[in-house]
Write a new protein. Structure first.
Length: 272
């Protein structure tokens, strides 16, 4: 598991875009890819060992997302700064944009921040991340390239004392074009417990990246949450990445499938 690295980053380095010219229909984001703390933040008052916990990032999510994106010739956009500094999957007015508490752990370095300090964090990581997503999507759409947006996360097996039985969760709002066939494919896998809007739902304010970039542009989208003990090592990461790659390779959003079926129906009527 990656250790926190206490080095400085310029804003231009706090987001990484891999394969920006990907020809596949998918764009993946990894909103909590790293537990990276730029040197100016120290450890935010936390013991160093806390920086490897889920409170600092989504362990395992980036290797899974990277492997899927590579297999599908997809673009991947990732944050390179810990969500303890700023949570890129939150709106600017969210109380946990700069979390004073994560799960049950107080973050001393996040208390009593001035407006100037908060703005500096937004400019360091939040804004470059969302600007990069918007730029990639808008360029694809300008070229008439089909685009589906998927956000990849991981979650803890136990949260605030509550066990979570799901191996994977698919989060969606009322747009189910991508989520519905993805859920159906996962539910056909033996021994896999699938959460539908579990362990989170958009009501928990975890859907921001998709709300900001997919919904206004009418793009099919979904959020994936994988339980992090499933992807704590390379074997599990490869297993889930390959499973999801196989599903995505054959996945067709509901709307596209319906349009094709209607077109086939019209063709049959014309021929008869």
């Amino acid at each position: 598991m990656e250790k926190a690295r206490l080095t400085s980053l310029a804003p231009s380095e706090t987001v990484r875009v891999t394969n920006p010219g990907g020809s596949g229909p998918f764009v993946f984001t990894c909103d909590h890819a790293s537990n990276y703390l730029p040197a100016e933040f120290g450890t935010l008052g936390l013991p160093v060992e806390d920086l490897s916990r889920h409170i600092a990032w989504d362990p395992g999510a980036l290797p899974v997302a990277s492997r899927i994106a590579d297999a599908l010739d997809a673009t991947l956009i990732e944050t390179r700064v810990s969500r303890l500094v700023i949570d890129c999957n939150r709106p600017l007015d969210a109380p946990d944009l700069v979390p004073p508490v994560s799960e049950t752990t107080a973050i001393p370095g996040n208390t009593g921040l001035s407006d100037k300090q908060r703005t500096a964090r937004v400019d360091l990581a939040w804004r470059p991340f969302h600007d990069a997503i918007a730029e990639i999507i808008d360029r694809r759409l300008a070229h008439g390239q089909e685009t589906r947006l998927v956000s990849v996360h991981s979650f803890t097996p136990i949260y605030k004392g509550r066990s979570r039985p799901w191996h994977i969760g698919i989060i969606h709002d009322d747009d189910r074009r991508l989520a519905a066939p993805l859920i159906s494919a996962l539910q056909r896998l033996a021994g896999v417990t699938v959460g539908v809007n579990e362990p989170y739902s958009p009501a928990d304010r975890v859907y921001f990246t998709l709300e900001r970039h997919a919904r206004p542009r009418g793009l099919a989208c979904a959020m994936i949450e994988i339980r992090n003990d499933e992807i704590s090592g390379e074997t599990g990461q490869r297993k889930w990445a390959d499973l999801l790659t196989g599903i995505f390779s054959n996945l067709e959003p509901e709307e596209a499938r319906g349009s094709r079926q209607r077109a086939m129906g019209k063709s049959v009527q014309s021929a008869s």
